[in-house]
Ligand binder design. Structure first.
Ligand SMILES: Cc1cc2nc3c(=O)[nH]c(=O)nc-3n(C[C@H](O)[C@H](O)[C@H](O)COP(=O)(O)OP(=O)(O)OC[C@H]3O[C@@H](n4cnc5c(N)ncnc54)[C@H](O)[C@@H]3O)c2cc1C
Length: 401
């Protein structure tokens, strides 16, 4: 944590007290570790109520303008609220595509009408957002997407399909990237960006089960679905530029995000606790010298990641390429947590191969679920390989892949 000034320190104490007092009781069902596992109505309603409560208390959207449901405070205050939510491991603020990507995009590019219409509903969780970028054959290669949007009077007719649509079955709106000009000389120039309503005839969703056994995303089909032409953001053909701006947010650039935690923080302290509880030959694993050596290496790496994140708060270190630290942070932290969670399973020995629902699991299969869920973060928003390409080309100035 950075040094707080007196007003910030007071705010931090206030947030912590509020979170401890208002933290919801265990609902008796499994809560998601990330916003990509909202797979049932009861989980959805539980999280919706929690996000609404956090927003009502002023701890979400603190840096967004007051007239759009925010608090009009400096970003430092939202950062403090986020740090406390993370530290106290309260439930996630699940409407992440709205809070982190669509919202900042609308704040940056939207008209007054769009800001008025969309922003408050994002913060108070009345309006859930999803993202329609990936298609069955085009994930990393977004420039090739095929879903079509054809102008028809005051509407666009949408045809095609999207896949891996997080919360597609619950969303009221989608940030949609679709092809408006199939003949454009550069394929990127044929794309347009829409703030599209989801509750329309011709739009259907089919939930997809994940490797964890849980649900959280859908395949989304458009068959002559009509959306108003006014839903377009910017002009026809500007979709690629707007999509790239969205991906900057998704890939770690936080500017403009409303805040809240989107992923439960599972850290080295949790792993140390597990290592202290598991016994091998009558001794806690934590006493084993080889295990200790490995754990210390992970702890050093975790500390280095935390310190790197702090560097984003020092403008002089972010001048040349403002998002460099954030972009590399996404790659390094998601891969770090994948390795750290995998190591947790190694420490469990043979029990590491069991899964949730088996009575012999350690901790009910918490680490197994955490490990498998971590792939959401190393794939979603751009895979680690693609993220490495982006850093290589845009930050380090290496030749194009
Ligand atoms: C949990 C989860 C939630 C998601 N939610 C959403 C969502 O809400 N909306 C949405 O639109 N999408 C979503 N996605 C999709 C995600 O953005 C894509 O899965 C991702 O962009 C990769 O695309 P792909 O699956 O088509 O894989 P591909 O692009 O086919 O990649 C396959 C493999 O090839 C590698 N590869 C591809 N291109 C290159 C390259 N140029 N250089 C090196 N390696 C390369 C990749 O790293 C990967 O290992 C989600 C994914 C997950 C896992």
């Amino acid at each position: 944590m950075s040094q707080d000034n007196p007003s910030q320190a007071e705010y931090r104490a206030q947030v912590a007290a509020w979170m401890q007092h208002n933290r919801p009781a265990d609902p008796g069902f499994l809560l998601p570790q990330t916003f990509m596992e909202v797979g049932s109505e009861r989980v959805l309603e539980f999280l919706r109520e929690w996000q609404h409560k956090v927003w009502s208390a002023g701890y979400l959207g603190a840096a967004w303008p007051k007239k759009y449901g925010g608090q009009g405070m400096s970003r430092d205050y939202q950062r403090i609220a986020d740090e406390e939510m993370k530290r106290l491991q309260v439930p996630i603020c699940f409407n992440v595509i709205g809070l982190g990507w669509a919202g900042p995009l609308i704040l940056d590019n939207g008209s007054d009408y769009e800001k008025e219409k969309y922003l408050k509903g994002i913060l108070n969780a009345d309006d859930i957002w999803c993202q329609g970028f990936s298609e069955p054959n085009h994930g990393s290669d977004l420039g090739s997407i095929q879903t079509r949007a054809e102008r028809d009077g005051d509407d666009y007719l949408i045809n095609g399909s999207k896949i891996w649509t997080t919360m597609g079955n619950y969303a009221k709106y989608m940030i949609l990237l679709a092809r408006t000009d199939a003949q454009a000389e550069r394929r990127y120039n044929g794309l347009s960006f829409f703030l599209a309503p989801m509750h329309r005839d011709g739009i259907t969703t089919q939930p997809i089960q994940k490797i964890t056994g849980e649900y959280g995303f859908t395949e989304t089909f458009f068959t002559d679905a009509r959306i108003p032409a006014s839903c377009i953001m910017g002009e026809e053909g500007q979709g690629w530029r707007i999509a790239m701006q969205t991906l900057q947010y998704e890939r770690g650039a936080e500017a403009g995000a409303a805040g809240g935690i989107s992923i439960l923080s599972i850290v080295m302290d949790d792993l140390l606790r597990m290592a202290a509880e598991i016994e091998r030959e009558g001794e806690p694993l934590l006493q084993d010298p080889v295990t200790r050596d490995n754990l210390v290496k992970f702890m050093i790496e975790e500390k280095a990641l935390q310190l790197a994140e702090k560097r984003t708060e020092i403008p002089a270190l972010c001048r040349d390429y403002p998002n460099a630290i954030a972009l590399s942070g996404k790659l390094r932290s998601t891969e770090f947590f994948r390795r750290m969670r995998q190591y947790a399973l190694t420490l469990q020995g043979a029990q590491g191969s069991l899964y949730m629902g088996d009575q012999d699991t350690i901790g009910g299969g918490f680490w197994q679920r955490a490990y498998l869920n971590n792939f959401s973060t190393t794939i979603g928003g751009g895979t680690s390989q693609v993220q490495a390409n982006i850093i290589g080309e845009h930050v380090l100035g290496l030749p194009k892949d």
